[in-house]
Write a protein that binds this ligand. Structure first.
Ligand SMILES: [Zn+2]
Length: 468
């Protein structure tokens, strides 16, 4: 019996400022140690001031994960000594005397399983340690405090996962969810970080830290299951400990005996008073929450008759569902969804590639309309799309430039069809007896015209010739 639980750190990357000061929440790309002030580096006499927007965003995550939100929230000091922590304590939340963290007792469904959320807490990110030097002797550790105090939400699950695969699915669902509600960009480096804890059989709990990506957490858990099982098989007890994931060697390494909660000496943060959460504010936030991924998916299926798979893929991706919303009309919705999910998503599947796309909603709706009105074939449409992505040119410019326009010249098409009839005598006889086999001849015409023949006119001419 395996039990896996997760602690996910999600940065609130859409905020302007840090959790307790006016320094920028977006510390990336700033010169080292330039994004600091007396508050976030903990100089004596400085006082933290809670960022109201951070509480609202954290409440949005709590609502999206169906958590309860307490009437009052409070903050604690988690004491530990580490160079990335300038104050020697981290301001976080702690449910020692009843629930006072921004969310508790929530849940999230993945496939046919429900994962319970134990709590959601708001806390500050520590600074960043940068290791340089190639060998142990030359190794130096540099510290960048630009990240210290950045707003972070920690999501703690119950140990409900039974396999590393479930963990990966859950993390993908969670990443889509925080992106959809507009609190974080989960694809920014370090924006979503995961620690896993795992116990096998009656063995002790082992924590895995320092895992860089979703794919690696799955690998790290697999490794850990095998390691623990082989220890148990040999009658060796499993130590409660914290292990680090070694990305290069793809193994977990023991780093220290696991700290217990009491080791942190949690103290109430006296510099931040208890914050009352007005019920009306929660009602307001609930009203402003964007449509959930599940509701969006159901709308796509019901309103536009999209296949479940297409609706699922489209609704889960905020970037592409936003594009769909802007590009579609009542008439071309299915075609727009088709272009986005079958062609566009294949061309641009990473954050970087999405940002490089030179197209707007107009490009997509023009293309969908052209396909519906037989102005361009699907095949040529695909080529046109690739060109529009790279150049940002309009559909008509691209079709002209690449000669992708429709062949609807009847004389020319008749000539091609005559050729096909000569070459495919057997198929012609068959089509005369069974009208359903006509598509084979249409396909041959498409081959000869490189997919540019107007399908409606082509079928018309073929039918006429067959009935002669
Ligand atoms: Zn600051």
């Amino acid at each position: 019996m395996k039990k896996i639980g997760l602690e996910i750190h999600c940065q609130l990357t859409k905020l302007e400022s840090k959790l307790f000061c006016k320094c920028k929440a977006d510390y990336r790309s700033l010169p080292t140690n330039s994004n600091t002030c007396p508050i976030c580096i903990g100089l004596p006499g400085s006082l933290p001031l809670l960022n109201r927007k951070a509480v609202e965003k954290a409440a949005m995550i709590s609502l999206a994960l169906e958590c309860k939100i307490p009437e009052r929230i409070s903050f604690f000091r988690k004491n530990y000594f580490y160079p990335d922590l300038p104050k020697n304590f981290q301001i976080t939340q702690y449910n020692a005397y009843g629930p006072t963290s921004i969310g508790y007792e929530g849940k999230i469904g993945i496939e046919d399983k429900e994962i319970r959320i134990r709590r959601i807490q708001l806390e500050e990110d520590p600074g960043r340690l940068i290791y340089e030097g190639s060998s142990e002797k030359t190794l130096i550790t540099l510290i960048d405090y630009n990240r210290a105090g950045a707003p972070l939400v920690e999501i703690v699950t119950e140990p409900d996962f039974e396999s590393p695969r479930q963990v990966r699915i859950f993390l993908n669902v969670l990443a889509d969810l925080v992106e959809n509600i507009g609190v974080a960009d989960p694809y920014l480096e370090g924006a979503l970080r995961v620690d896993g804890n795992i116990s096998t059989g009656s063995g002790n709990r082992v924590e895995i830290k320092n895992v860089g990506s979703f794919r690696d957490i799955e690998k790290a858990l697999h490794f850990e299951i095998t390691r623990q099982q082989s220890l148990l098989d040999r009658g060796i007890p499993i130590q409660a400990e914290t292990r680090h994931w070694d990305e290069a060697r793809k193994i977990t390494i023991s780093s220290r005996a696991k700290e217990e909660e009491e080791d942190y000496r949690y103290l109430p943060e006296a510099d931040i008073p208890v914050v009352m959460i007005d019920k009306n504010i929660i009602v307001e936030i609930q009203k402003q929450m964007p449509e959930s991924i599940i509701a969006k998916r159901d709308r796509y299926i019901k309103k536009y008759g999209m296949p479940v798979q297409v609706a699922n893929v489209l609704a889960s991706d905020k970037f592409y569902s936003d594009l769909f919303e802007k590009a579609h009309s009542e008439i071309n919705a299915k075609e727009v969804a088709n272009i986005i999910t079958t062609d566009l998503m294949g061309f641009a599947d990473t954050r970087e590639k999405k940002l490089e796309l030179k197209i707007s909603a107009t490009h997509i709706s023009d293309l969908a309309n052209a396909i519906i009105n037989n102005g361009i074939t699907r095949n040529s449409g695909k080529i046109a799309l690739q060109e529009m992505i790279k150049t940002g040119k309009t559909l008509s410019d691209v079709t002209l430039g690449l000669d992708l326009g429709h062949v609807s010249d009847t004389n020319y098409l008749e000539q091609i069809i005559n050729e096909v009839f000569k070459e495919e005598e057997k198929a012609v006889i068959e089509a005369r007896q069974n009208a359903d086999t006509v598509n084979y001849l249409v396909g041959k015409v498409m081959q000869k015209t490189k997919g540019k023949a107007d399908p409606t006119i082509t079928i018309e001419i073929i039918r006429k010739k067959l009935s002669n």
